[in-house]
Design a protein. Structure first.
Length: 270
């Protein structure tokens, strides 16, 4: 159940469907799983964040925003408590015009959009149609579908399965170690085939695919911290060589590790 403060906050967002609701704060108020009748744009100003949707967790790198369509249950978790999220909740009267508005997506922020999002800190709360700010905020929404930028693809499956949850926790805390299906099966007292089937049937991903994805997600976190070399990150992510790490990273992101951080912070244009 939501507490009264949370209920009021969510109610205020949706109170005037034709308005834009603007919120700048830390951690999206630590909201539990929830949804809105409005579409949502959330930009994480520095640091890294995760958005949890059903049985998947998507990573939101620095200099990226997430678009959340109306009605989709979610919650956002920010890794750095000092990070500010810029949240814009939009009317949905024109959402049918573009498929973009109806799908969850995580996209890079170019210079133009970055400056526009920063400028929104001049406002907060519900912005009505007759206010000058409304025209500016509408312009942000209008340019999103025409930028032609592909959504960021990284999603880490999650589950409430009581047998898998302690295994996933262990993997998250020990991903840099030598991990095999055999030694994890032995640690948690189940057969290799049983564990393999459990991963596939519960999360539609193999044990090795999950481990690979987890390690790349952790590597992305380290890359965005910008204080380690690519070789250091490779070994800290559980890879025995830079070549194998680079290959796995490229397979999942279509970028070399050395280029990924540059992509996040380089000036981009429409």
């Amino acid at each position: 159940m939501y507490n009264l403060d949370t209920e009021e906050y969510l109610r205020n967002i949706d109170l005037h469907p034709e308005n834009v609701f603007v919120v700048h704060q830390k951690l999206e108020r630590l909201l539990p799983l929830h949804s809105h009748t409005k579409s949502q744009l959330t930009y994480v100003d520095g640091g890294i964040a995760y958005i949890h949707i059903a049985n998947k967790t998507y990573i939101i790198p620095a200099r990226h925003y997430v678009w959340i369509p109306a009605g989709l249950e979610h919650f956002v978790k920010v890794r750095n408590s000092a990070t500010v999220t810029r949240n814009l909740y939009f009317y949905t009267t024109d959402d049918a015009k573009f498929p973009f508005y109806q799908e969850l997506g995580i996209y890079p922020v170019n210079n133009l959009l970055f400056e526009m999002l920063v400028f929104t800190e001049n406002w907060s709360g519900s912005i009505e149609k007759n206010e000058p700010a409304f025209t500016f905020l509408s312009a942000i929404k209008n340019i999103l579908p025409v930028m032609g930028i592909k959504s960021y693809p990284i999603a880490l499956p999650t589950t409430d399965n009581t047998r898998l949850k302690p295994i996933l926790l262990y993997l998250s805390q020990n991903y840099e170690k030598t991990i095999t299906l055999e030694n994890i099966s032995a640690r948690f007292g189940m057969g290799e085939r049983t564990l393999s089937r459990l991963f596939q049937s519960t999360m539609s991903i193999s044990f090795l695919q999950y481990l690979k994805l987890l390690r790349i997600v952790k590597a992305i976190e380290m890359i965005l911290q910008n204080d380690k070399s690519t070789s250091e990150i490779a070994y800290l992510s559980g890879y025995n060589s830079l070549a194998s790490f680079s290959k796995a990273f490229y397979q999942l992101t279509n970028f070399r590790p050395s280029d990924f951080g540059k992509r996040t912070f380089l000036n981009q244009s429409l």
